[in-house]
Design a binder for this molecule. Structure first.
Ligand code: HEC
Length: 480
C-alpha cells in the first residue's frame, strides 16, 4: 500500500514538473518574465555576467531572446548550437546526441541552478556563452512562468488579454490644453468603442496625462508594458527607447525617416512645401519667378530643388519676413510669387500684402495664418488634412475628434482587424503595412509598405475667398 502511494506521488511529481511551474501565475508576473526574456529587463532590473567575469552585461546582451530566439526555440549561431528553452523543451529529459550529452528534465530548482551557476540537471557545466544570472525568487518565478507560454498561442504581447486590447495615448489632460486633451480622450474612447469587439477583444483606451513630463508619461505606458500600441499620442522627442511599441498617428510632425514601429499619417512639411511650389508654377503662365522667405536650411533647399524641377527660377532668398525686400526695387523684375517657409511670420507678410497692389501670389503653411483674418485671394495655403467647414466652427467642433486623431483610430482599428485573432505587435505592424489607399475621412488616404511608414505625402492647397471662407484648389495632391 505504502509503495503504491509513493509511486503515485512520483507520477504526480513528474506531471507537475512537466508543467510550467506556476500555471496560475498572475498576469503581472508573466509580464515581468517576458520583459526579462525579451528585453533583458529594465536597465538595473537584473544582473548578469559571463562566467568568470564581474562585468555586468547590458540588457541587449543579457536578453534571453537575443540568443535563444524570440520564441525560445533556439537554433544555430555561428556554429554554436543554442538549445530551446521553452518549458516544454526544458522539462523533457534529453537523449544523448553528437555534441550534446543527455540530461534529465529540468524542474524549478535545477533551472535556478542553471541560471545562477551554469550547471545543468546532469551536473554538466554549461558552455561559457550562456551568461550567469542573479535573479530574485520573484523574478525567477516570473521568468519560468513565461518560459511556459513563450512561443505558444498564449504568448500575448503586452496590453493583450483574452477579451481586451489596451491602447494608449499621452494627452494634455491637465494644464492650459486640458479642454482639448479631454475632448480628444472622449473622442478616442468613442472611436475605439464604436469598433466593437475584434476577434473577441474589446478595445480600451488607457490615457496618460502628459502634464509637464510627456516623456515620463510615454515611458509609463510603453516601457511599462501597459499597452499594446499607442495612437494619436503626444510623442516626446527622446522617446526612442520604447521602440518596439507600435505608434499610430503620433501628434508630431512627420520626420523624414520614421522609427521602425512608428506610423505617420500626414505629409512631412517638406512635401507640403514642394506641393505649394507645384501649385504656384501651375498657376503661372510663364516660367515661375519665385522668392523664398524664411530660415535657411534643408527646407529652403528642398523648395529651391522643387522649383528647379518645375522649370521655375528662384529670384530671391531672404530670412526676414519683409515683403519689400523681395519686390522692386529690391528685385527687378518682380517675382510672380513669394513662398513663406514655416517660421517666416506668414501672418505679417499677408498683412503687408494687403496694403500693396502687386499682382503677386503669397504662399505658405495654413497653420501660420489666422483663419478668418487672412482673406486676401492672392494667398495660397497648404494643409496636410482636409479643411474643416467655414471657419472651422461648426457646432460639433468641440466634441469632434481632430482629423489626425480620427484617422489614427481608423487606421489602427483596420490594422487590428487585418492582424487576425493572434494579437502580436509584429502582426499589427505587418497588417498596417498592407494598407493601400485606405480612406480616413479628413486625412489623406493611407498607403504603407514594408519599412515604408509615412502613410501619405499628399496635401491640399486652399485660398481664401473674400467672405472669410476658403476654397479648395483641386484635391489631394502629392508633389510632382
Ligand atoms: C549570450 C547568449 C545567451 C543568452 C543571453 C542566454 N543564453 Fe541560455 N544558453 C546559451 C548557450 C550558448 C547555451 C548552451 C550551453 C550548453 O549547452 O553548454 C545556453 C543554455 C541554456 C540553458 C540550458 C538548456 C539545456 O537544455 O540544458 C538554459 C536553461 C538557458 N540557456 C536559459 C536561458 C535563459 C532563461 C536566458 C535569459 C534569462 C538565457 N538562457 C540567456 C546562450 C545564451
Amino acid at each position: 500500500m505504502r509503495r503504491c502511494a509513493r509511486a503515485l506521488a512520483m507520477v504526480v511529481f513528474a506531471l507537475v514538473a512537466a508543467m510550467p511551474p506556476a500555471e496560475s501565475g498572475a498576469d503581472n508576473d508573466t509580464a515581468a518574465g517576458r520583459r526579462i526574456f525579451a528585453r533583458g529587463g529594465g536597465r538595473d532590473e537584473v544582473f548578469a555576467s559571463f562566467s568568470g567575469t564581474r562585468a555586468a552585461l547590458p540588457p541587449a546582451v543579457r536578453r534571453c531572446a537575443g540568443c535563444h530566439g524570440p520564441d525560445g526555440a533556439g537554433g544555430r549561431e555561428g556554429g554554436v548550437e543554442i538549445p530551446a528553452i521553452t518549458w516544454r523543451a526544458l522539462a523533457a529529459p534529453r537523449a544523448p546526441s553528437p555534441g550534446r550529452p543527455a540530461r534529465p528534465g529540468y524542474v524549478g530548482a535545477t533551472l535556478a541552478r542553471a541560471l545562477a551557476e551554469g550547471i545543468d540537471p546532469a551536473g554538466r557545466r554549461l558552455a561559457p556563452g550562456m551568461p550567469r544570472y542573479q535573479l530574485t525568487p520573484t523574478q525567477l518565478t516570473a521568468l519560468s512562468d513565461y518560459l511556459g507560454v513563450v512561443g505558444t498561442e498564449r504568448d500575448l504581447d503586452p496590453g493583450v488579454t483574452a477579451d481586451e486590447i489596451r491602447l494608449g495615448a499621452v494627452l494634455p489632460l491637465s494644464g492650459a490644453q486640458a479642454a482639448s486633451g479631454q475632448a480628444m480622450r472622449r473622442g478616442l474612447e468613442n472611436a475605439l468603442a464604436a469598433a466593437g469587439s475584434i476577434y473577441g477583444r474589446r478595445l480600451r483606451l488607457v490615457a496618460a496625462d502628459a502634464g509637464d513630463d510627456a516623456a515620463a508619461a510615454f515611458d509609463r505606458l510603453a516601457a511599462g508594458d501597459q499597452v499594446f500600441a499607442l495612437l494619436a499620442t503626444l510623442l516626446p522627442p527622446d522617446a526612442e527607447g520604447a521602440g518596439e511599441v507600435p505608434v499610430i498617428g503620433p501628434l508630431a510632425p512627420t520626420p523624414a525617416q520614421p522609427l521602425p514601429n512608428r506610423f505617420h499619417l500626414l505629409a512631412p512639411v517638406e512635401d507640403q512645401m514642394r506641393l505649394l511650389v507645384d501649385e504656384l508654377a501651375g498657376e503661372t503662365p510663364h516660367p515661375l519667378r519665385l522668392a523664398i522667405v524664411g530660415p535657411q536650411g534643408s527646407l529652403a533647399d528642398a523648395v529651391a530643388d522643387q522649383a528647379a524641377r518645375d522649370g521655375a527660377m528662384v529670384v530671391g532668398r531672404i530670412t526676414a519676413a519683409d515683403l519689400a525686400a523681395v519686390l522692386p526695387p529690391a528685385i527687378e523684375p518682380a517675382p510672380d510669387a513669394v513662398l513663406a517657409l514655416p517660421g517666416a511670420a506668414l501672418d505679417g507678410l499677408a498683412a503687408q500684402l494687403a496694403s500693396r497692389r502687386e499682382d503677386l501670389l503669397l504662399a505658405g503653411p495654413a497653420q501660420a495664418v489666422t483663419p478668418g483674418v487672412a482673406t486676401d485671394p492672392r494667398l495660397r495655403l497648404v494643409l496636410p488634412v482636409w479643411p474643416t467647414g467655414p471657419g472651422g466652427r461648426d457646432a460639433s467642433a468641440a466634441t469632434a475628434l481632430p482629423p489626425l486623431a480620427a484617422a489614427a483610430a481608423a487606421v489602427l482599428v483596420e490594422g487590428l482587424k487585418r492582424m487576425g485573432g493572434h494579437a502580436s505587435r509584429a502582426g499589427l505592424v505587418a497588417a498596417l503595412e498592407s494598407l493601400r489607399d485606405f480612406p480616413t475621412g479628413a486625412a489623406p488616404p493611407q498607403n504603407f509598405g514594408r519599412g515604408q511608414h509615412i502613410g501619405s505625402r499628399a496635401g491640399v492647397v486652399v485660398r481664401p475667398d473674400r467672405d472669410g471662407g476658403i476654397i479648395v484648389i483641386g484635391s489631394w495632391r502629392a508633389p510632382r
